[in-house]
Design a protein around this ligand. Structure first.
Ligand code: ZN
Length: 427
């Protein structure tokens, strides 16, 4: 309705203007050279209007002709963009479907039509990776690292390639560059932690982990490797504070304290860990400065007081008593251990030694010894370090499992699976 009204008004105005011009009186005379043109005013006005319109159209045509190359280029660019967008979509579909040849072809077309943008470079790299063309993927990832807006994507791709090749030093360098390009990425933090553990860079790994159990193991390993005694002492203390039940952490801390001349404090640390989780190495450390067998047996008594019922305490008391010639006490402690259900090889070997010490080279002694050795052959295996993640036994403790790489996963316990002591944690 509004449009009809507007059209009607425009018609009325045009008619009024035409009517006004048609009604103009007088003549217009123009003399060009010898020619004289004379016409009535309405015709002259109409001619002037037509001349103006013609001139305007002529200028528009000239402008369009001048802009023609630019317009054609824009049309071409639009066509390339349209084709490029279609190629990007097809390449993504081929990547999702795992179609290697299609993915590479469409990624190459996308690059041809859209140029080297972060999207097309990433597509080309992923298509190369899918097709097993690592050189192609690497070239595309390197191009990405040259672009400030997409450098992280390039470093991330190169890092994944280095991890696949197990080139840990290259991977660590790339992780540092990726961190500089895009600080604080969670994925990258996890990768850096894994790399630091893999390459045995305990101090760097320690800065990246959060769990107390893992921190204790990494700090203990870092303290062992640290050449600066002040820093090593700090790390050793941190390890023991993070998990006082971890024997290697207690040992590295106590070793530092002993080196500083703080023997009483070192013994207190060992005693505290013995109450939480006794380990033969703790006893070996505590008794190391004492040479005289009777004094060693007395020192063992003081250590075992902290956790008298534990099998490690019984075995320690029995062994030190035997070394001091106290075979009665040795047998008493060994039998207490046996009475608590322990049937480990080391207990039967100890009993064999007790028989030998007690009966000497007599017939009864030889018989008792043979019996104990026969029991040892079929007894349970001795406790060992074992990975809580992959359950692989390890002859020595290390901060990360050599089999699966899990940090802080080694636990000391019976050789049988599923019966490990739960370590106490002192925060
Ligand atoms: Zn493992």
């Amino acid at each position: 309705m509004r449009r009809v009204l507007l059209t009607l008004m425009a018609c009325v105005v045009t008619l009024a203007v035409a009517w006004y011009f048609a009604g103009l009186p007088g003549h217009v005379t123009a003399q060009i050279g010898a020619t004289t043109i004379e016409m009535v005013t309405p015709v002259a006005a109409l001619g002037l209007l037509l001349a103006f319109i013609l001139l305007y159209l002529l200028f528009r045509l000239l402008g369009a002709l001048l802009r023609l190359p630019r317009t054609a280029a824009r049309w071409d660019a639009e066509r390339d963009r349209r084709r490029g967008d279609q190629a990007v979509t097809r390449a993504l579909l081929a990547l999702a479907a795992g179609d290697k040849a299609d993915a590479r072809r469409e990624a190459s077309r996308a690059r041809q039509w859209l140029g080297d943008t972060p999207q097309t470079l990433l597509l080309a790299a992923e298509a190369g990776r899918l097709a097993g063309r690592d050189d192609e993927a690497e070239t595309a990832f390197r191009c990405l690292t040259d672009r400030p807006d997409a450098a992280f994507l390039g470093y991330r791709g190169l890092l994944r390639q280095a991890l696949t090749r197990q080139d840990w030093s290259e991977a660590a360098a790339l992780a540092r560059q990726a961190e500089a390009a895009h600080p604080g990425a969670e994925w990258l933090r996890h990768q850096r932690e894994r790399l630091a553990i893999r390459s045995g860079n305990w101090a760097e790994a320690l800065d990246l982990v959060e769990s107390d159990l893992v921190r204790a193991a990494l700090a203990a390993a870092a303290a062992r490797a640290e050449p600066d005694p002040v820093r090593a002492a700090k790390l050793a203390r941190e390890a023991w504070k993070a998990d006082a039940s971890l024997a290697p952490a207690a040992l590295v801390y106590a070793t530092r304290l002993r080196a500083e001349g703080r023997e009483a404090r070192a013994q207190a640390v060992i005693r505290h860990t013995w109450t939480l989780a006794p380990h033969p190495d703790l006893a070996a450390f505590a008794l190391a400065p004492i040479a005289e067998p009777l004094a060693r047996a007395q020192a063992a008594q003081r250590l075992a007081e902290a956790n008298p019922e534990q099998v490690e305490s019984r075995l320690l008391l029995a062994r030190t008593a035997l070394d001091a010639g106290l075979t009665g006490e040795a047998r008493h402690q060994a039998m207490l251990a046996r009475g608590s259900g322990v049937n480990q090889r080391r207990l039967w070997l100890l009993l064999a030694d007790i028989e030998e010490a007690e009966h000497g080279d007599s017939e009864a002694g030889r018989l008792a010894q043979r019996d104990a050795l026969r029991q040892a052959a079929t007894a349970d295996a001795d406790p060992e370090w074992r990975c809580a993640e992959c359950h692989t036994p390890q002859p020595v403790w290390s901060a990360a499992c050599p089999a699966c790489g899990a940090a802080g996963s080694l636990r000391w316990g019976p050789a049988r699976a599923g019966s490990y002591p739960v370590p106490a944690i002192v925060a």
